[in-house]
Design a protein around this ligand. Structure first.
Ligand code: ADP
Ligand code: MG
Length: 701
């Protein structure tokens, strides 16, 4: 199915020289491909966040200390540390005809250095020069090359986001090697006039420019090369959405009629009454379901705003008509949580509910599959296991996809293909600013849950410098004494090894000393069942302080948790802070959130923490987030949370969105099957940006 021309780009990174299983794991982490193998295309879409300027090439006598220089020196001699003191520095004396320079290494191997910097020869070294005891010194030069190497040394050297354990030079070499595997040209999928008007170069050239910049301008997101690639990404997204929309809207749907008896039974069993916006959402959805066109609706609401019960009531409508519904969650934890919420309500309303994830195996799984196919299950809750080929429904009427904070256009599309005329309801907890709704959702109908369920109180939020860590621990101790439950969140994904992040495990060990068996740990590297068990113990109150990396972000519901400490809060984006904080304040009790930061704070970080203290309105926070991002200080996109996009920076390339959307709808109106030459090229584009699931809709009913 994939255009063969693209095959080289979809080879695993392990096909590059020097990348074995260990490095492959690191690349999987870096490129967020933990579940599947990282591929060259993922590497190529990993863009630099800055550069080192190596153009300054002074004589040694002209070197300004503490600047990055590239100098040509003759190696005069090696001074390794004495064998009994291997921890002392390894010095290498070098000189040009104006001055001397000492190159210093720690823990380096002698044979390696003697090969790298052979005595009597000229080498080009690049790195930061410093003054030590009045002498010029360079500690661990970034680059050491000979004459031939110098000819190809990038003088504008891109800097990439890293992950722990991966050396910048390894990553650079891998990207270089991947660039060499890119086909010379690809068919142009963009409109020729549009390309000309924007001075875009072609895809391959643009990719080369960003990774092999010749000038500082080559590496700026707003230049023509980066903008071209961002536009490609935006167009792929808009095209996929347009295809989904066309699929949902233009193919025959089926109206589902029901009187609402089942719904009423569930509502009667609820221990609370619905909020006005929940009621409105249910009314909208039920009206859509009754229509003979396919529903494509988004239910947007902050964490804790009560989307699950709305989803259940929607399901009840189709079930009353004798049809089936599926609810898909992005993670195992969330799927189990939804199931736990829904099962007791379903029981009262005599609904037949089942769960299906990767963990249900053997007999149990077979039985569930058989019951689903026979129509003996009304509602199935699960993970992406739900859209495997072996899962067949008797009559799937409604697919509900809880995207939480991930954006799985892929999942939406796959579930939509599971029935003859499936209505689609997407739940999202990301309060996307109005200006950006189109980007993510295209032309979906939107229901928003604006008010928080009754009884919720504002979360008392404070920013506290890390120096007062002990006070914070004492405050947590008091809370635990009162029987409260607390999260302690640590950042774990280092953008750079140089950044000193508190590892969750270290913090856990320290807190364990203080609080003993009350403390537990969950993090992203744990196996699913272990993670679930840790969550379950916390939910049951067996443990009361849960140290967690951002895995808890994707949704757990422990209403009894009323304290959250977020360590290194200055490293998190606003959206992420908001999502994390949403894990508390879910019960009737007053909750407290302590934002522990390491000063001094930059202006943007300061503003972020101030907004967090001021408001807990997700929609307002989203607008502020966008505004602050426009002011720069953007870490990697993954870190600052623009989910679903690798290349496009919305604050820079957002201006192209309307064009991309218009372009997508024009293309489909002229060539609905993407069969023209440009259509064929656009299929390649969809593959490149992982929107290929949309292509299957072209052939599907
Ligand atoms: P979301 O999925 O939007 O994050 P949930 O659906 O998990 O939120 O609901 C969060 C909590 O609020 C659940 O414990 C749920 O029982 C409760 N809840 C939902 N709606 C209401 C309501 N109208 N009044 C009081 N509590 C509610
Ligand atoms: Mg939910």
């Amino acid at each position: 199915m994939r255009p063969p021309l693209l095959n080289p780009l979809f080879a695993p990174v392990s096909t590059l020289p020097g990348i074995g299983p260990r490095l492959e794991k690191l690349y999987a982490r870096l490129l967020a491909r933990e579940d599947e193998k990282p591929r060259l295309v993922d590497l190529l879409f990993h863009f630099p966040t800055g550069f080192v300027d190596r153009r300054n090439r002074p004589k040694l006598s002209e070197v300004v200390p503490d600047t990055v220089v590239t100098v040509a020196v003759t190696v005069e001699g090696h001074r390794p540390p004495p064998p009994n003191r291997p921890r002392l520095p390894y010095n290498i004396d070098t000189a040009d005809n104006t001055n001397t320079l000492t190159i210093t290494y720690f823990n380096a191997r002698r044979d390696y250095l003697e090969k790298l910097l052979p005595e009597g020869e000229v080498r080009y070294v690049s790195g930061k020069a410093t003054l030590y005891d009045g002498h010029l010194q360079m500690v661990h030069p970034d680059r050491v090359v000979d004459e031939a190497g110098f000819a190809t040394l990038p003088l504008i050297d891109p800097v990439y986001p890293l992950t722990e354990g991966l050396h910048p030079n390894q990553l650079r070499r891998a990207i270089e090697a991947a660039l060499d595997r890119v086909p010379k040209t690809l068919p142009e999928w963009q409109d020729a006039d549009w390309v000309k008007r924007n001075n875009f170069e072609d895809f391959v050239e643009a990719l080369r420019r960003v990774h092999r910049p010749q000038t500082p301008d080559d590496i700026k997101p707003d230049n023509a090369a980066w903008s071209r690639l961002a536009y490609d990404e935006l167009l792929a997204g808009q095209l996929a959405l347009a295809l989904l929309r066309a699929h949902q809207r233009t193919r025959a749907g089926r109206g589902t009629a029901a009187e609402g008896r089942l719904r009423a039974r569930i509502i009667a069993a609820l221990p609370y009454s619905l909020t006005p916006s929940q009621e409105r959402a249910v009314t909208d959805i039920v009206a859509d379901l009754a229509q003979p066109t396919r529903m494509l609706r988004l239910l947007q609401g902050d964490v804790g705003s009560g989307k699950t019960v709305v989803a259940l009531l929607a399901a009840a409508h189709v079930i009353e008509a004798g049809r089936q519904a599926a609810l898909m969650a992005p993670t195992e934890i969330l799927a189990r949580q939804h199931f736990a919420t829904i099962a007791p309500l379903a029981e009262k309303a005599r609904l037949r509910v089942a769960i299906l994830t990767g963990r249900e195996r053997g007999r149990e799984r077979e039985e569930t599959l058989a019951a689903l196919a026979a129509g003996a299950i009304d509602l199935v809750v699960g993970t992406h296991a739900l859209f495997q080929d072996e899962v067949a429904f008797h009559d799937l009427a409604l697919a509900i996809v809880d995207e939480q904070h991930r954006f799985g256009v892929h999942q939406r599309l796959a579930l939509a293909r599971k029935g003859a005329a499936v209505d689609l309801l997407v739940l999202t907890a990301t309060p996307i600013p109005r200006t950006l709704v189109l980007t993510y959702f295209g032309d979906m109908d939107v229901s928003a849950l604006h008010e928080k369920p009754a009884g919720r109180q504002k979360i008392d939020t404070r920013a506290i410098p890390l120096e007062r860590l002990n006070d914070v621990i004492e405050a947590v101790a008091r809370a635990l004494d009162e029987g409260r439950r607390a999260y302690w969140v640590c950042p774990l994904v280092a953008e750079s090894e140089l950044v000193d992040l508190a590892a969750a495990e270290e913090r856990f060990a320290a807190l364990k000393k203080r609080f003993g068996a009350l403390v537990d740990l969950v993090h992203g590297q744990m196996r699913g069942p272990d993670k679930d068990r840790a969550m379950a113990r916390f939910a049951a109150g067996e443990t009361r302080l849960l140290v967690a990396t951002t895995v808890i972000e994707v949704g757990v519901d422990v209403p009894a948790a009323s304290v959250m400490v977020i360590e290194h809060a200055e490293r998190f984006g606003l959206a992420q802070l908001h999502q994390l904080r949403g894990r508390i304040g879910r019960g009737a009790e007053r909750s407290t959130c302590l934002l522990l930061y390491k000063g001094p704070l930059g202006e943007t970080a300061k503003a972020r923490l101030a907004i967090m203290r001021e408001t807990d309105d997700g929609f307002r926070i989203a607008e502020e987030d966008l505004r602050l991002r426009g002011e720069g200080d953007v870490l990697g996109t993954r870190q600052s949370g623009v989910p679903g996009f690798h290349i496009a920076r919305l604050e820079v390339h957002g201006k192209y969105l309307t064009a991309a959307r218009d372009d997508a709808s024009l293309v489909l109106s002229r060539d609905p099957k993407l069969s023209s030459p440009r259509g064929e090229a656009l299929r390649a584009l969809l593959y490149l940006f992982a929107r290929d699931e949309a292509i299957r809709l072209l052939g599907a009913g």
